[in-house]
Design a protein around this ligand. Structure first.
Ligand code: ATP
Ligand SMILES: C[C@H](O)[C@H](O)[C@@H](O)C(=O)CO
Length: 473
């Protein structure tokens, strides 16, 4: 008899319930339930529909019961930086505004009036992104009257869902670091910084590490889903979970966690909060066992998701596989800077890409497939530049790149990446985030002795495709 574990992995574009178990030291997984996700406009703000997402979470749990698979433990991971405020009764206070909403415009200037960007980076090691929680909280303070002062609790999105499941409020460490309010050295909230910014201190409690037991399901949830189980914290930031599933125990490994975003970097035992890292806008996000994810956010497959959606609105529906394959036949050479802020939340991604090409005197894509080819080639070019920066900053030469996440399925992009970086690319597993989520639970459950043990098992359990570069570095 094997033990089942349930990972609920909710990305910015889709969520899924994945059941995992270990047999003869091999990890097996099975998808039980899948649902879509995306920000929705509420009163002119881009928000997450947390009520619907929670309904999807319990619907997937009911499906587990229906299939006769009762997990021993479960855990939820999601994207980072966004949060829910709670009132004194523990109810959600207002909407959970999504990171692509424009409310943080100008909030960085306000924060820098209180603390310089240099000092902020030296303390937290987190890259500057206009949507980090630190700036969102400033927007809350400046634009939402007394909402922040009235709040009795602040939970990041997965913490909020764990709370709805168990009634227990926990603030998980890996996701907390993306707020840009955690001290990179101590791994605890930077209370002095929080005080300087005037954020209510009672919102920031003790941080809990992945592997912590949150508790059992509340009675109401037990009745709804038809079973009880323990909720165990995974690395609740999806990127932290994905990196746990990078299938290698080599000392120096480069990875790209490729989904809505492309997170490219390496795992390190310490944070580098120095001026060179700040200048290159690398981040030091907190990872499992206080490892650090030294990486850069690259706009990622959001660009492809966006053009796909636009084409669908025009009545043309294509799968990601089809888009990728058709793009591979094109020869257009135009390249855009994927990290330009014009691609963060444009009204039309197609127009934003075309305008960028036009402004630089490059060929403007004329067809859908040329548009997709420009995006894939631009992402690969960005990865190529990022490898160089990483090698310069770390002083280490890397010979391989592991691509994990849904983007590992993008065959054409993998080939372009191998050529643009001059490195061998290993693509897979595609469900790395859910697998990393499961790994944290399975280590807690005694199935694996350590993260190294889990990674070795993941390497043997899932298909990993190899792409050799035509341009050796
Ligand atoms: N068969 C495929 N061919 C090409 N690309 C693919 C394929 N399958 C998935 N992708 C790419 O992977 C991306 C989805 O990644 P993933 O499923 O990890 O998304 P997500 O979980 O919603 O995002 P995230 O967790 O990063 O926010 C898609 O946007 C798509 O571009
Ligand atoms: C804003 C993004 O959510 C975040 O930076 C990224 O790490 C992520 O969570 C991708 O899923």
């Amino acid at each position: 008899m094997c033990n089942y574990y349930l990972a609920v992995d909710i990305g910015a574009s889709s969520g899924r319930h994945i059941i995992g178990w270990v047999q003869d030291h091999v990890m097996k997984v099975r998808e039980i339930y899948r649902f879509s996700n995306g920000m929705e406009s509420v009163n002119g703000r881009l928000c997450w529909n947390t009520d619907r997402l929670f309904e999807e979470i319990t619907a997937g749990m009911r499906e587990c019961k229906k299939q006769g698979i009762i997990p021993r433990t479960m855990g939820i991971d999601t994207w980072a930086v966004d949060y829910v405020l709670l009132d004194k009764q523990g109810r959600r206070l207002g909407e959970s505004v999504g990171y692509r909403d424009g409310r943080t415009k100008g909030m960085d200037t306000r924060v820098y009036g209180i603390i310089s960007p240099e000092d902020l980076y030296a303390r937290t090691g987190i890259q500057r992104q206009t949507f980090n929680t630190i700036y969102q909280l400033m927007a809350d303070r400046c634009q939402q009257g007394k909402r922040l002062e009235q709040a009795d609790g602040l939970l990041m999105i997965p913490d909020y869902f764990h709370y709805l499941l168990t009634g227990k409020k926990r603030q998980e460490y890996t996701n907390a670091t993306t707020t840009q309010l955690v001290d990179a050295r101590t791994g605890t909230w930077d209370e002095e910084l929080i005080g300087m910014l005037g954020y209510p201190k009672h919102l920031f409690g003790a941080l809990s590490m992945p592997g912590t037991v949150v508790g059992s399901l509340r009675g109401e949830i037990r009745r709804q889903v038809g079973f009880d189980c323990k909720v165990v914290l995974p690395a609740t930031h999806d990127t932290a979970s994905a990196v746990m599933a990078v299938p290698s125990n080599q000392e120096h490994v480069l990875y790209i966690s490729s989904g809505t975003w492309s997170l490219m970097g390496t795992e390190r035992p310490y944070a580098d909060c120095g001026p060179e890292s700040r200048g290159a806008n690398f981040t030091n996000e907190g990872g499992y066992e206080h490892r650090y994810r030294y990486l850069k956010n690259i706009m990622g497959l959001w660009m492809i998701q966006s053009v796909k959606k636009e084409w669908e609105a025009e009545g043309e529906r294509y799968s990601f596989g089809e888009i990728c394959e058709r793009a591979s036949r094109e020869r257009i050479a135009s390249i855009v800077d994927c990290n330009d802020s014009c691609f963060l939340a444009p009204d039309s991604m197609c127009r934003a890409v075309a305008d960028f090409c036009n402004a630089g005197g490059q060929q403007v894509p004329r067809t859908r497939w040329e548009m997709a080819a420009v995006i894939y080639n631009s992402l690969a070019a960005c990865y190529g530049a990022c490898v160089k920066e990483l090698e310069q900053l770390t002083g280490i030469s890397y010979d391989r790149i592991h691509i994990v996440g849904g983007g590992a399925n993008a065959d054409y992009l993998n080939r372009l990446t191998a050529n643009a970086t001059g490195r061998t690319v290993y693509a897979g597993p595609a469900e790395a985030t859910a697998i990393g989520n499961l790994a944290a639970q399975m280590i807690k459950g005694g199935e694996y002795a350590s993260l190294a043990d889990a990674r070795e098992s993941i390497f043997r359990s899932f298909e990993i495709k190899t792409y050799h570069s035509k341009n050796n570095h």
